[in-house]
Design a protein around this ligand. Structure first.
Ligand code: ADP
Length: 431
């Protein structure tokens, strides 16, 4: 400060000194005029620097800062440092803001900020996608005008700003994405604002529905044989003097039902083992001709000479896979061919190659399958004809097991069929 006043006073002091010298040499009047002129020059210099400063302030950028000498040099250099620091801080804040935006954009959940009037202040791309928002036009629009589903509007109005966000979320299917299920939650923050969080739980809901269906199906499948067995047990209890033949018939039917339950439990255990990610595939090189011979012999026993069974080994390709699992998959396909082909029909088992890919196929001349059923055959408990499947001892899980084994061997299950003519089930393995 002290230094500043000294530097400002120097030109004035020099003017006064010059005036004194002129007074000594000439007269007081000339000295006064000279001093006035010198002071005017000093003032004009300051006015010029002030003008430059004013001009520069209109667009203050460090690279355009004016150059000046003396006291103004210091002023401009201080301003230069200030603007530079300000720009650096601004850039740092912009970068941090960008990071925040990138982080929220990367969130797997939709996030939107609502103000006290339920207007959208900001939203991330996932929220935009969930509600079909327009990033340009929907900012500061009332969310209840943009998403007009009554349950959503009610949820927004009934969750006051002060309430904690840990209440029950709203489950909703957006109008424009009817196949999507969203879980929506409102979290109050910063006084009167609210965070709207949306989560796509479609997959979770699907798995939940599958789990519920599965439990219902298993219970239903077990209840029928249990009811039959129970009925016979009650009959035997009520009629202790039942004839030997009747008792034997009852026991035979009971044994049939318990076998059915046993088959069901065995298939359920197989499926659960196959679905368990923790049970890795134990691979070995499988001798296909020995394996198919075994399948063929089992098939002949199961058919009981009711069908013409043929085995064609057109390829010598060996497989890298799990023998037990392959035996189970091939056995299931052959078992189905036998069960769904009336007496006298023909069944052809073959091991061949298609474009270098090994193919196992079972072709039958059986009842065939209508096209609308084909895509659903590998679903658990899906049957075209429930009673026929049961009569022949089917559990409804055979093809689900085949599909899992195929997946574990990177193979594809191909089904082609014509009602009344027969079906071909083929497992196409990778090269
Ligand atoms: P299931 O124990 O009922 O046979 P699967 O999962 O093995 O269960 O098969 C599902 C359904 O696919 C069967 O109920 C049957 O309707 C149909 N299906 C399977 N294989 C054949 C086939 N070779 N011919 C006709 N229909 C078949």
């Amino acid at each position: 400060m002290h230094d500043f006043w000294i530097r400002v006073s120097i030109p004035v002091a020099l003017s006064a000194l010059a005036a004194l010298v002129i007074w000594g040499m000439f007269s007081a009047a000339i000295a006064l005029v000279s001093m006035l002129v010198l002071l005017l020059i000093v003032m004009a210099y300051h006015a010029r620097q002030l003008f430059k400063l004013g001009e520069w302030l209109k667009d203050a950028r460090p690279e355009t800062i004016p150059e000046a000498g003396g006291i103004w040099d210091e002023v401009f250099s201080q301003l230069y440092k200030m603007v530079k620091k300000h720009n650096q801080t601004k850039q740092k804040l912009a970068e941090e803001l960008q990071h925040m935006e990138q982080a929220t954009a990367a969130l797997p959940e939709g996030v939107a900020i609502l103000n006290e009037a339920n207007r959208l202040e900001w939203f991330n791309p996932i929220a935009q996608q969930h509600f079909d928002l327009d990033a340009e036009h929907d900012i500061m629009q009332d969310i209840t005008y943009l998403v007009r589903q009554p349950e959503f509007v009610e949820y927004i109005h009934e969750s006051p700003s002060g309430k904690s966000g840990l209440g029950k979320p709203l489950l909703m299917r957006p109008l424009r994405h009817a196949d999507m299920v969203l879980s929506i939650r409102l979290i109050p923050y910063g006084g009167d604002k609210r965070l709207l969080i949306t989560r796509d739980i479609t997959q979770f809901e699907r798995v939940e529905a599958m789990r519920r269906d599965f439990v219902a199906n298993v219970s239903h499948e077990l209840r029928t044989p249990l009811t039959v067995v129970n009925g016979f047990v009650e009959n035997l209890q009520d009629m202790p003097d039942l004839g030997q033949d009747d008792a034997r018939r009852a026991l035979h039917l009971m044994a049939e039902q318990t076998r059915r339950m046993e088959n069901l439990v065995a298939d359920l255990l197989t499926l659960s083992r196959l679905e368990n990610d923790q049970s890795p595939l134990r691979e070995e090189t499988v001798d296909m001709s020995a394996l198919l011979d075994e399948i063929y012999r089992d098939g002949r026993l199961l058919s009981g000479k009711k069908h013409t069974l043929q085995l064609e080994m057109q390829s010598k390709a060996k497989l890298l896979g799990n023998r037990e699992e392959l035996l189970s998959a091939f056995g299931n396909l052959l078992g189905n061919a036998i069960r769904y082909t009336p007496e006298g029909g023909a069944i052809l088992l073959s091991w061949s190659e298609r474009d270098g890919q090994p193919v196992f196929s079972v072709q039958d001349s059986g009842i065939g399958i209508a096209p609308e059923h084909i895509p659903r055959l590998t679903e658990r408990f899906y049957r075209v004809d429930r009673s026929r499947s049961r009569e022949t001892g089917g559990t409804g899980l055979g093809l689900a097991i085949v599909k899992h084994i195929a997946i574990r061997h990177q193979a594809k299950l191909e089904i082609s069929s014509e009602v009344g003519k027969g079906s071909t089930f083929a497992l196409v393995f990778p090269v």
